[in-house]
Design a protein around this ligand. Structure first.
Ligand SMILES: Nc1ncnc2c1ncn2[C@@H]1O[C@H](COP(=O)(O)OP(=O)(O)O)[C@@H](O)[C@H]1O
Ligand SMILES: [Mg+2]
Length: 256
């Protein structure tokens, strides 16, 4: 199996107060394989978002190394990072705040395509936007509408369309279904599954909810207090969790 991202011994602390520092990510090593959906689960505050930001080099680690397709990215300048930025796209939890309310759907999805100068004409960009709308199962008449005119699930489809527009290699979904009703959650998870197959995507799927992850993850990393305490294939983790904390998380899923 080929590795897309490989992180070794990364640490990140934040200053809290004048003298103290809080270790949010503590000596984490992790591989993300090409084509897999790797889930990162753990309670709120366990360091999941910080780890994701470190892997995407949105923030810099205090220590450790990160390689993307074998190339070290931890020490690259912002300029050198640019080509990698395109390959790693993020879908947030709350599309209401991550989508610009003043932009219509066409412009929201066009933005990354224009930023990266993917096409040389407006026609080609619009053609791609139509294709993306179809991929995320939104109707054509969505184009001229604004984020507030959509439901939470539909807004998340817009965010996903924007994130996959430039054909990234890695899609990071940080609590991307956590704010949605269970039924809408399932629809978005199905969509992500479908896209992953169609586009040969690698996905880092972050959630505090282990039950959500069971549906989508090939492998699961369980995170606690800034450390990864267990990594296992999804099925194995649910059938025979090894770490005490994983068992605790499993026991807190309703209906188990
Ligand atoms: N920029 C920051 N400054 C200070 N503390 C931070 C910052 N970002 C995250 N933290 C702290 O690091 C810990 C992990 O946060 P986070 O990675 O957001 O956890 P999770 O995504 O698992 O909920 C939390 O205690 C949080 O308060
Ligand atoms: Mg988070």
């Amino acid at each position: 199996m080929q590795t897309l991202i490989s992180a070794r011994n990364i640490k990140k602390s934040f200053r809290i107060g004048r003298k103290k520092r809080f270790l949010a990510v503590n000596d984490v090593s992790l591989d993300i394989f090409k084509g897999e959906t790797l889930a990162l689960v753990g309670e709120s505050g366990s360091g999941k978002s910080t780890l994701a930001k470190l892997l995407m080099r949105l923030i810099k680690a205090d220590e450790g190394s990160i390689a993307f397709e074998g190339q070290e990215i931890e020490e690259l300048s912002e300029k050198e990072m640019l080509p990698f930025r395109r390959e790693m796209q993020l879908v947030f939890q709350d599309p209401a705040s991550s989508l610009d309310p003043r932009m219509n759907v066409r412009d929201i999805i066009a933005e990354p395509l224009e930023t990266w100068k993917v096409y040389d004409s407006r026609e080609k960009t619009d053609e791609r936007i139509m294709e993306l709308l179809d991929m995320v199962e939104l109707k054509e008449d969505s184009l001229k509408r604004y984020p507030r005119q959509f439901s939470g699930g539909q807004r998340q489809r817009i965010s996903i369309a924007r994130a996959i527009a430039v054909n990234p290699k890695l899609l990071v979904c940080d609590e991307s279904v956590s704010a949605l009703d269970v039924c809408v959650q399932a629809q978005i998870l199905n969509l992500l599954k479908k896209l992953k197959q169609e586009m040969d995507l690698t996905c880092l799927f972050i959630s505090h909810d282990l039950s959500v992850v069971s549906f989508i993850a090939d492998r699961v990393c369980v995170m606690k207090d800034g450390e990864i305490c267990e990594t296992a294939p999804g099925e194995k983790l649910f059938k025979s969790p090894e770490h005490e904390y994983t068992r605790y998380l499993l026991s807190s899923i309703p209906g188990q």
